[in-house]
Ligand binder design. Sequence first.
Ligand code: HEC
Length: 138
Amino acid sequence: MAAWRATLQRAAQLAAAFLRDRSIEVRAHSLVVPQDLSGSARVAAGAARYARECTACHLAPGVTRAQLRRGLYPHPPNLAEQRPPDPRRAFWVIKHGIKMSAMPAWGTTLEDAAIWDLVAFLEQLPAMTAEDYQRITR
Ligand code: HEC
C-alpha cells in the first residue's frame, strides 16, 4: 500500500513538473532577448544584484553555504553548477517566480532591464571562478 502511494505521489510530482516546464516554455517563447546581453555593464550590474538578493538561496562560486537554503523544499539549484539557463526562460522565471516554491516573483520590484541584467550575469556565472566572482562583485 505505502509503496503504491509513494509511486503515485512521485508520478504526480513528475507530471506537475513537466506541465510547469511546458507552461514556462510556452510563455517565455515570445520574449525578445536584448542584443547587448553579453555586455560587461549588464553582467556587472546583474552580478551586484545577484550577490545581494540571490546567493542566500542559489550560492555562487566561493559561496558554498547559506542558512536559508538548507530548509527549502524544493531545494534551490546551485546556479553556478549547472548549464546556463535559456535566457528567455530565466527571464520569465525571475520575473514571475515559481509557484509553490521559495522562488520569488521579482517582477513586482524590478524593472525588466534589471531582470535582463540578472539573466546576463547568469549566462556567465557557470564559467566564473571564485576569484572572477569576487572581482566582479567587489
Ligand atoms: C528564498 C529563496 C530564493 C531566492 C532568494 C531566489 N531564488 Fe531562484 N529559485 C528558488 C527555488 C526554490 C528555485 C527552484 C524552484 C523549483 O524548481 O521548483 C529557484 C529557481 C530559480 C531559477 C530556475 C532554475 C532552473 O534551472 O530552472 C532561476 C533562473 C532563479 N531561481 C534565479 C534567481 C535569481 C536571479 C534570484 C535573485 C534575484 C533568485 N533566484 C532568488 C529560490 C530562490
